[in-house]
Write a protein that binds this ligand. Structure first.
Ligand SMILES: [Zn+2]
Length: 333
């Protein structure tokens, strides 16, 4: 891969995440997230209301708190000098929640389920000085349906939007099976993630449907899953993993492998260990520790046991991410 642009800072706004905790601050000295409701929009009280409340000018409205919901959506803003780019890392499965959270965070004028995200982002971009449709970077080998084998027969998930549907919603779709840089080399989008560990075996019972005549096909490995990473100057690689069906260690190892000698600094996203046996959780944390990441930001499907285990063997490095909160990372000064 081409070298990534060395960033001055990264801001990660969590738009969708399974867990919600408006109170928890980051205890990590290099991750800025004040918690304690600081990320929730305050409402200004008018003069009459202020007078009736002992001159308080602002009101904390808890209904402006985000909703926790299954999935992961991160709005990642990278800054290098005076250049800034924002990448939306997934949108979660439910458009209504994505829209609700974005509105509650007051981001609806700033940026814009996936089609709703496209429409909202395009609407927001149309007001800018150089309006362009949002570009979607997708793997070409996406199934029409994913599902799982159960004793009651296959259970299908809802349809993923097709390329045509995404284009109809207003996206410019680019398909990439290989790793590549985007947005002035600020972000690397991976290709297929090599599976090197013995214990990260994908999703047991995972199936896919590409053609209803051919029927469901076994797909435990979900080889079209990818990750995104950045290079924070003086700190190292910041890796974003959506659901880690490839295994978070496989993801992290591949990131280091293609990262041009830059050390692993942070891993953020779904580690997919919520339902894992303890020995798998321990093998994962032990192998992650060998890569010496300075920050671990588990969310979505990570589960509490990997948080506890990682904190036990890498004390001080775990910053669980919560819906609505914003996490700042900075380059070495
Ligand atoms: Zn997952």
């Amino acid at each position: 891969m081409n070298p990534l642009t060395q960033l001055d800072s990264l801001e990660i706004r969590v738009l969708i995440n399974d867990q919600l905790d408006n109170i928890a601050p980051s205890w990590h000295p290099e991750v800025h997230a004040p918690g304690r409701f600081a990320h929730i929009r305050l409402a200004e009280l008018d003069e009459t209301a202020a007078k009736a409340r002992g001159d308080a000018q602002l009101e904390l409205r808890l209904p402006n708190s985000c909703c926790g919901a299954h999935g992961l959506s991160l709005m990642i803003t990278a800054t290098a000098g005076d250049v800034q780019h924002t990448l939306l890392f997934d949108a979660g499965p439910e458009g209504e929640i994505w829209e609700k959270n974005v509105e509650r965070l007051g981001l609806v004028n700033e940026i814009g389920g996936l089609q709703r995200a496209i429409e909202m982002i395009n609407k927001a971009k149309s007001k800018s000085t150089s309006p362009t449709n949002v570009t979607m970077d997708l793997h070409p080998n996406r199934p029409f349906y994913r599902g799982m084998v159960t004793p009651a027969g296959p259970i299908s998930l809802e349809a993923d939007p097709t390329f045509t549907e995404l284009e109809a919603a207003g996206a410019t779709v680019t398909k990439n099976a290989q790793g590549h840089n985007i947005l002035d080399d600020m972000f690397f989008v991976s290709g297929q993630i090599p599976r090197t560990t013995l214990y990260e075996t994908g999703i047991s019972g995972g199936i896919r449907l590409d053609d209803s005549d051919a029927g469901w096909q076994a797909d435990p490995l979900i080889l079209d899953e990818r990750f995104v990473m950045c290079n924070l100057r003086g700190k190292g690689l910041v890796v974003f993993t959506g659901c880690s069906h490839a295994g978070v260690v496989n993801v992290s190892r591949h990131a280091v492998e293609v990262g041009g000698g830059v050390p692993l600094y942070a891993v953020a996203g779904g580690f997919h260990l919520s339902d894992a046996q303890l020995d798998k959780v321990q093998e994962t944390t032990n192998d992650l520790a060998k890569l010496d990441p300075k920050v671990l930001m588990p969310g979505h499907c990570s589960g509490w046991r990997v948080q506890v285990e990682a904190e036990r063997i890498m004390p001080g490095r775990v910053v669980p991410i919560y819906a609505g909160q914003k996490y700042g990372l900075s380059a070495l000064l």
